[in-house]
Design a protein. Structure first.
Length: 557
């Protein structure tokens, strides 16, 4: 009854939540309609004229002094064609970028989209229109990179294709961050549902990697700075990278079965994580050359960790643990990224930000897949344990606890719907003598035969319960006593016929059944069970091998 009440309350809660959401949606729609002016023409004009100038800005002398790396993009032989030239600079992870041609000079900062030409969203760009035959180069300058191989990519061409590639880069970067956020929200819902610590840990990992990707790609400054990065981008990048490497190493080592392959590795992983966290804390106080060395060293350590995780996964596979495939598949893109960096891949240099983000996003997706699969295994184990707890091991029928719970549900449904409910209480006649004469093995065969017979005679397997010993309970929802009586008589006859197939000399199995129907005065199932039990004992006293209706006793009284 408590479970039925809980189900009713849960159902009421869901309906209440739906009503609240519906009311909020109606309220929002009404406010939107009320606050929106009527459209009395064939178009809608929004916005207003502005006196704000373009966000492009010239470089200050202080900023120019730090732009130590310079390159001159020379015109083709014979000079510029006179057509517009678009130049876009990517993969500048910190500091200003200057682009100048002739008297025109602009600077932009990757961590503040307001300082850049709005036509270029993923890089710092400018469109110039040199006169035909002009031989002046386009000058590009930037601050020294933190890592040797993390050099900028400069793309020159017609405005339309250059801007399209720029937009495509922004879409990839934004999509990776959006996927990470969606995975975090999904994991948070899983934590609310299951209270599992792994889900909460995964949410924190996603949040950290979202910040890392945002700083790496410049999305932290798009459309306006929402992270206080500014000039501290290199320091913040090293700190966040250290924390990201710490959690990613721990996750991939666990997914690849490293803890099972190498006993005691948990302690080493803990020391590695603590070391990386210390780097993250001390990064703001490191001089530039130590900061650069630390960034390169962390990349090397992480690459070694990826190799070790892959080796641990291979060892686990040989041991037959195929669940580590999730971790191995997650690590492979990170290793490919490392190999491409070692061999100075031109494609990686050009699309480094996108490659790193895609690899991290793939890592998060595989970790989420592994987490959800582990949750599925836990649910399966829980269901199996619940099934074992509710099932009689010999006959496979529901045991007394599960059966009484099912009867309680039927009772509540019958009262709410005003439908009849009948039960039959069956006891195998002289079962102790069968055990004494033929042995307990034959007794078990008789119990299984009776269980199979009863199960075949009802609509649902859960409607037959082994109450204990040689007693069975038969649930007949929707059946009155008049309709249930012939069904129970038929089951009684089948018990004898089917048991004769056991082929033991002299074995004759019969059953006594007590029938009871739910009465309006029954407040719970105890009275119903008591009447069925009493009717079964009357069947015993009447010579066994019969069905007795509890109403017969009421009529006699």
């Amino acid at each position: 009854m408590a479970e039925a009440g809980g189900a009713v309350l849960a159902g009421s809660g869901r309906w209440a939540a739906r009503m609240v959401f519906a009311l909020l949606a109606m309220l929002w729609s009404g406010l939107s309609v009320a606050s929106t002016p009527r459209v009395d023409q064939d178009f809608l004009l929004v916005g207003a004229a502005t006196d704000q100038q373009a966000p492009l800005r010239a470089c200050t002398p202080h900023a120019t002094a730090r732009l130590l790396n310079r390159v001159e993009v020379m015109p083709p032989q014979g000079g510029w064609s006179g057509a517009p030239q678009a130049l876009d600079v990517f993969n500048v992870f910190a500091g200003e970028v200057m682009i100048s041609h002739g008297e025109r000079e602009v600077c932009g900062h990757m961590q503040d989209a307001r300082t850049r030409d709005s036509r270029f969203r993923a890089g710092v760009g400018m469109v110039v229109v040199p006169q035909k035959g002009n031989l002046d180069p386009i000058l590009v300058a930037w601050e020294p990179p933190l890592k040797p191989r993390w050099i900028p990519t400069i793309r020159l061409g017609a405005p339309s294709p250059v801007q399209q590639i720029d937009t495509a880069r922004l879409l990839v970067r934004t999509a990776c961050v959006a996927i990470a956020l969606a995975l975090a929200v999904s994991a948070l819902m899983g934590f609310v549902t299951t209270r599992g610590r792994d889900f909460l840990t995964y949410v924190l990992v996603c949040a950290l990697l979202v910040v890392w990707q945002s700083v790496l790609s410049g999305l932290s400054g798009y459309p306006e700075p929402w992270l206080p990065v500014g000039r501290d981008a290199p320091v913040l990048m090293v700190s966040i990278t250290a924390l990201s490497y710490a959690v990613m190493t721990w996750v991939m080592w666990r997914l690849c079965g490293g803890r099972e392959v190498l006993s005691g590795s948990r302690r080493w992983m803990m020391w590695l994580a603590l070391g990386l966290c210390a780097v993250a804390i001390l990064a703001p106080w490191l001089p530039w050359h130590l900061l650069a060395l630390t960034a390169v060293a962390m990349d090397n350590v992480f690459a070694v960790a990826c190799v070790l995780a892959l080796v641990a996964g291979l060892v686990s596979l040989r041991r037959g643990d195929y669940q580590v495939l999730d971790g191995m598949v997650a690590v492979v893109p990170l290793l490919l990224l490392t190999l491409a960096d070692i061999f100075d891949s031109r494609l990686l240099v050009e699309y480094r930000v996108e490659a790193v983000q895609l690899s991290v996003t793939w890592f998060l997706m595989m970790a989420a897949y592994s987490l959800n699969r582990s949750l599925g295994h836990l649910r399966q184990q829980r269901d199996e344990m619940r099934q074992l707890a509710d099932t009689d091991t010999l006959t496979g029928l529901s045991n007394r606890r599960a059966g009484l719970r099912q009867l309680e549900q039927y009772l509540q449904q019958a009262k709410l719907a005003g439908q009849p409910l009948s039960i039959g209480f069956l006891d195998i006649d002289l079962f102790k003598q069968i055990n004494d004469r033929y042995g307990h093995d034959v007794g078990d065969q008789v119990l299984v035969s009776v269980a199979n017979t009863l199960e075949a005679g009802v609509r649902s397997r859960s409607d037959v319960i082994r109450m204990g010993g040689e007693e069975f309970l038969i649930l007949l929802p929707g059946s009155s006593a008049d309709a249930a009586l012939p069904r129970l008589e038929q089951l009684r006859e089948r018990v004898t016929v089917n048991a004769s197939g056991l082929e033991h000399d002299g074995l004759h199995v019969t059953a006594s059944i007590g029938l009871a129907e739910l009465q309006p005065s029954d407040t719970d199932m105890a009275a119903l069970l008591r009447r069925a039990d009493n009717a079964m004992y009357r069947a015993k006293r009447n010579g066994r091998n019969c069905v007795v209706d509890a109403r017969d006793e009421l009529e006699v009284v």
